[in-house]
Structures are given as structure tokens and as C-alpha cells.
Design a protein around this ligand. Structure first.
Ligand SMILES: Cc1cc2nc3c(=O)[nH]c(=O)nc-3n(C[C@H](O)[C@H](O)[C@H](O)COP(=O)(O)OP(=O)(O)OC[C@H]3O[C@@H](n4cnc5c(N)ncnc54)[C@H](O)[C@@H]3O)c2cc1C
Length: 563
């Protein structure tokens, strides 16, 4: 019998809600489900919400009765906010989070590098915003509970999976005992320690770095703006790095590396934590300042991924699929992109709009993203926590030179997580005019947002299906293009047309954006009528043309929906 904790987790700033468990005796016998998602972390919930946006129902199994312990991921990127906007929770984060865009690196009491994340007037969201993961999960839970297509089951722990021909049979344990059900697809979003991954005996590729880091969330009043602060090689923790971040509700994240040989148990002893946090506060000029501990934990940096995320009827996503270093805000931010991708790929397969080749494409694209992150994050990790004497020598040379030499300072750059560009995707149209454009988002890239009015942006209007952005001043979309769109719709493919550039509504378009000052055309690198972009349901560009005709559009749709 599975007995999840029924006592609310402790926190000095967050009130945990304990939900009632879903009990099988209170529900009719289970038919076969289309999708069962294991785990209601960021990956599981965004996948469920994305599937629902595409009209696909899912069951979400969550072993616990409340959202996760501690702040965990606290920094969310612009692309994450754009994805969260699609599933309806971005406004809650904007209203309650702390936006920021500067990072500072300190060495020997001197600020040696200041990073500025670019902010563009065309972006609805700032580059980075801090909010504790409990809030993010709470907003997602509320969105899931309000969505009739999501059957959310608290206190339901998956204990076994057996794959059969065309479905998976799962065993689930609850506070009143086990039950079984079948599902066409099982999404393993059960986190870094994925029991499903272990039970299936799957091996991850990559590396684990030596050394541990402590994460401590403390309540303290510090007179600093919301900016990232990194302290390299401080006197009280020689050779190591300390990070500090402001979180909402007067909480500061202090993140420090442990000396070699120290165990996590020793590091988390209250006396040890107090001594180190006091030393850090003293170093930054706040000796004796009062503070209170909210939550602490230990982690080690890993750069691991499964080489394939689809195994029969089981699909891995989020931390269950890969374990990435959290430097450069890569944990939850990567999970959102995984979930957004999985949502539409799986929905289109389930609706019969494409064959399972589409799922192979999802896996290839997201494994590619994980490998790119591993490469980039590995560089940051080696700078923060040099894994060998050679790396330490190099890092120390940069540190000491940076006191006097401007040219080495950019080496501190922290390589913040950025959305992966699917430039090698099998869904991209090889015969388009991508190479002829001199501006605008390239094939495979996420879209460029554009401000249309004080509080209206291009991306507010996009999402949910394929989007054809057609640049024209003519009163109507050419009839052959209208026919291709109509025939795609007749087959069930969701596709919308946005006409850009005409003063009057364009016949055949779902929406017309006048673009009187030509700004939208300029951001998309368009100089003449007849140009177009085709965006996939995750908003990434899969084709762009200087001149679009019906044959080219039909070919692009065929490529993007392999049968
Ligand atoms: C201590 C710590 C600190 C972190 N700090 C940061 C940070 O500073 N920045 C950052 O970007 N990321 C950070 N992360 C990573 C970030 O929290 C994860 O990347 C993110 O939560 C991944 O989301 P996920 O949905 O894949 O997995 P998770 O959030 O781990 O969710 C998995 C869910 O599955 C449930 N589950 C597991 N097994 C079962 C089962 N058998 N049946 C049913 N349910 C099950 C779990 O209860 C959990 O709710 C941190 C993680 C940890 C652990």
C-alpha cells in the first residue's frame, strides 16, 4: 500500500496545500487510456496541458499529495515564459516573480565582470525572472485541475510497467491499494531518479562531475537588487565558487561548492551551514546579519542523457530523460521545451495526422537539444567547478588576470540556457528560401516576437497548430494557397493563416495584422509581398519563402507531417 506524506511540507514563506488522494474505489473501472503521464513536475504538467491544447486527454499520476519540496528551480527564461504563456500560467509568474537581467562576477572583493542579458522592446517577457518552483508548480496544478481533459490523480504511485503490442499495462499503488490500467502511451516524467528508467534498465550517456554543491534558501534582508552574484575563490572557501540569487518573499539562494572529500551529510549539519553562510555574509560586508534557514539540499553536476527518448510505448521527458547541470538555469527550463515538443508531436500521432516517425523526430530533436546543453553547460561547470588540476590552473589564470586585464573578463560569461534551434530537423523544408533571407528567425529557430501595440505581441496570436504568416498587401490570399489550407484542414490538420501588411482584412486569412510602419516585415526580413513563414505547433520555423506558392506550401506540410 502506498502511503504518501499527509503532513504539509515546512516552509517559512510558502503554505503547502495537501490534496486528497485519488482512490480507485470512488471511480468506475478504467477503460484503456490514450496517454498516462507519470509525475506532476514541470515536465509532466506542461505535457498534460499541451496535449489538452491539442484536444488529447491524459491521466496524470503523482505519487505525492503536494507540490515539490524546496524552491529548486528559481530562474525562468524568456522562452520558458513564452511556453508557459501558451499553457496559461505566464501572467501569474510575471505578477509574482522578480525580473532581472544583470549578472556580476566578483573576485578578491572586486567586480570583474558584469553580464547584461539583452532586452528587446519587441519581447513581451524579460530575459530572466526568479520565482520558487513551488509557485510555478502550484500555478500549473491549478491550470491542470481546471482542464477537463486532464484526470489528475494525487497519491497514485506507478509501481510497474509492462509493454504489450500497441499499449502499456501499468500497475499503480494508492493509499487504499493497487489497481491496473492500460494506456496507448506512457510518459515517464518521473524525474531525475526515474524508477521507470531504472526498471527498464536504460543507460544514460555522458558524465558526472566530482564534487558537491550546497543549495541553501535563507530569509535575510540584503540591500542588493535582483541580479545574479557569483563570488570566485573567496577567502573562506578557497578554490570554489559561491552563487547568490534573490527570490520573492525576502529569500536569498546561497549556493556553494564543498571542498573535496566532504560528505553531503557533513555539509548539511546545521553548524556547518551556519559557519559557511555567516562567512559568506561577512565577506560581502554583512557580518553578524540575522538570517533564517528555509530549505537546503546538496547536488552534484551531471551531464547525462538517454540516447533515445522513445522506447516502445514509453516516452521519457524532462529530468527522467536527461540530467543537466543547473548552472545557466537549465533544469526546469529545458523540461518546458521537452514538454512543449512532446505535446504536439504525440497529439498529432494520436490524431492520425502523422505516423510514429513524428515521435522519432521528437526524440532526435530533444536529444540534440540535450547534447547541445551538455556541451555548453559543461564549459560553465568546468569554470565554476574545475574537474582537474589543468582546468583549475586555467580558471585561476583567468581569475587573476581579470583583476587588471579587460580582455579576459568575457571568459566569465555564463552561457545562459537558450532555446535549441532545430536547424537539422527532418521536419524542415529543404526546398524553401531559408538561405536567401538576411534577417528574421531561421529555419528551425523559435519565432521572433514583435510588439504590435502597447500590450499586444505577435506571439499572443500564435499557437495551437501550424501557423502560416503570409506577407501581403492584396485583399485576398491567392486562391491556390487557400485551397491547400482548406484541404489540410479537411484532413484535420490545425492550420491558421495570419496575413501581415494589408490595411484591410485579407480574405482567406484568419487574422490580418496591418503592420503600417513595416516593423514586423523588417523583423522577419521580408521586403516584398508574397513572402511567408510556416511555423510548427511549437512555434518553431519549419520553412520560409521569399515567394510562396501552393506547391511549396503543400510540400512543406507533407515534410512536416511524415506519414
Ligand atoms: C535539490 C534540487 C535543486 C534544484 N535546483 C535547480 C535550480 O536552481 N535551477 C534549475 O533550473 N533547476 C533546478 N533543479 C532541477 C529542477 O527542479 C528540475 O529540472 C525540474 O523539476 C525537472 O522537472 P521534471 O518534471 O522533469 O521532474 P521533477 O520535478 O523531479 O518531477 C517528477 C515528479 O514525478 C513524481 N514521481 C516520481 N516517481 C513517481 C512514480 N513512480 N509515480 C508517480 N509519480 C512519481 C515525483 O513525485 C515528482 O513530482 C533542482 C533540482 C533539485 C532536486
Amino acid at each position: 500500500m502506498h502511503h504518501p506524506a499527509t503532513e504539509a511540507r515546512r516552509s517559512i514563506y510558502y503554505r503547502y496545500q495537501v490534496f486528497a488522494p485519488w482512490l480507485p474505489s470512488a471511480h468506475p473501472p478504467q477503460p484503456r487510456h490514450r496517454v498516462v503521464i507519470v509525475g506532476s513536475g514541470p515536465a509532466g504538467m506542461v505535457t498534460a496541458l499541451e496535449l489538452a491544447r491539442h484536444g488529447v486527454a491524459s491521466v496524470v499520476l503523482e505519487a505525492e499529495l503536494q507540490v515539490s519540496q524546496g524552491s529548486r528551480a528559481i530562474v525562468f527564461t524568456r522562452r520558458s515564459m513564452e511556453i508557459l504563456q501558451q499553457v496559461g500560467v505566464a501572467d501569474r509568474i510575471t505578477a509574482n516573480g522578480l525580473p532581472w537581467r544583470f549578472g556580476n562576477s566578483f573576485y578578491r572583493g572586486q567586480r570583474v565582470f558584469r553580464m547584461e542579458a539583452p532586452r528587446d522592446a519587441d519581447d513581451r517577457f524579460g530575459p530572466l525572472i526568479n520565482i520558487q518552483q513551488q509557485y510555478l508548480e502550484q500555478y500549473l496544478v491549478e491550470a491542470c485541475l481546471a482542464q477537463p481533459l486532464i484526470d489528475f490523480r494525487w497519491g497514485n504511485k506507478l509501481v510497474d510497467v509492462q509493454q504489450a503490442d500497441g499499449f502499456a499495462r501499468v500497475a499503480v499503488d494508492t493509499p487504499e491499494g493497487p489497481y491496473a490500467m492500460d494506456t496507448e502511451w506512457l510518459i515517464a516524467a518521473d524525474g531525475a531518479r526515474s524508477g521507470i528508467r531504472s526498471a527498464m534498465g536504460l543507460q544514460m550517456e555522458g558524465a558526472s562531475y566530482e564534487g558537491f554543491f550546497v543549495i541553501a534558501d535563507i530569509r535575510i534582508d540584503l540591500p542588493y537588487p535582483t541580479e545574479r552574484r557569483a563570488y570566485f575563490d573567496p577567502d573562506w572557501n578557497r578554490g570554489n565558487t559561491i552563487l547568490m540569487h534573490r527570490e520573492p518573499h525576502g529569500i536569498w539562494r546561497v549556493d556553494y561548492q564543498l571542498p573535496p572529500g566532504e560528505t553531503p551529510e557533513d555539509a548539511l549539519r546545521p553548524e556547518s551551514m551556519k559557519q559557511r553562510i555567516d562567512a559568506q555574509l561577512a565577506m560581502i560586508g554583512h557580518a553578524g546579519a540575522e538570517w533564517e534557514m528555509d530549505w537546503c539540499s546538496v547536488y552534484s553536476a551531471r551531464t547525462l542523457t538517454l540516447p533515445d527518448y522513445v522506447h516502445g510505448r514509453v516516452i521519457f521527458t524532462g529530468d527522467a530523460a536527461h540530467m543537466l547541470p543547473i548552472f545557466g538555469v537549465r533544469g526546469a527550463n529545458t523540461a518546458f521545451q521537452d514538454a512543449q515538443s512532446l505535446g504536439w508531436h504525440l497529439a498529432f500521432v494520436l490524431k492520425g495526422l502523422a505516423g510514429t516517425a513524428l515521435l522519432a523526430n521528437h526524440s532526435a530533436e530533444r536529444v540534440g537539444a540535450a547534447r547541445e546543453i551538455i556541451d555548453e553547460a559543461g564549459k560553465s561547470t568546468r569554470f565554476m567547478a574545475p574537474p582537474s588540476r589543468g582546468f583549475r590552473l586555467l580558471r585561476d589564470a583567468v581569475l587573476s588576470l581579470s583583476l587588471t586585464q579587460d580582455f579576459v573578463r568575457p571568459l566569465y560569461h555564463w552561457r545562459t540556457s537558450r532555446p535549441h534551434e532545430y536547424s537539422q530537423s527532418a521536419l524542415n523544408s529543404a526546398g524553401d528560401d531559408n538561405a536567401l533571407f538576411t534577417a528574421g528567425p531561421g529555419r528551425g529557430a523559435p519565432p521572433q516576437n514583435v510588439r504590435l501595440a502597447a500590450d499586444e505581441f505577435l506571439l499572443d496570436h500564435l499557437g495551437g497548430g501550424f501557423e502560416l504568416l503570409y506577407f501581403t498587401e492584396a485583399p485576398a490570399l491567392p486562391a491556390p494557397l487557400q485551397q491547400v489550407v482548406a484541404s489540410a484542414r479537411a484532413q484535420g490538420v490545425p492550420i491558421r493563416v495570419t496575413a501581415i501588411g494589408a490595411a484591410q482584412p485579407v480574405t482567406g486569412a484568419d487574422l490580418t495584422l496591418p503592420d503600417a510602419d513595416g516593423h514586423l516585415r523588417q523583423r522577419y526580413g521580408v521586403q516584398a509581398s508574397g513572402a511567408a513563414y510556416l511555423l510548427r505547433p511549437d512555434q518553431h520555423v519549419c520553412a520560409r519563402w521569399l515567394t510562396l506558392d501552393a506547391a511549396r506550401l503543400q510540400a512543406a506540410l507533407n515534410t512536416a507531417l511524415p506519414q
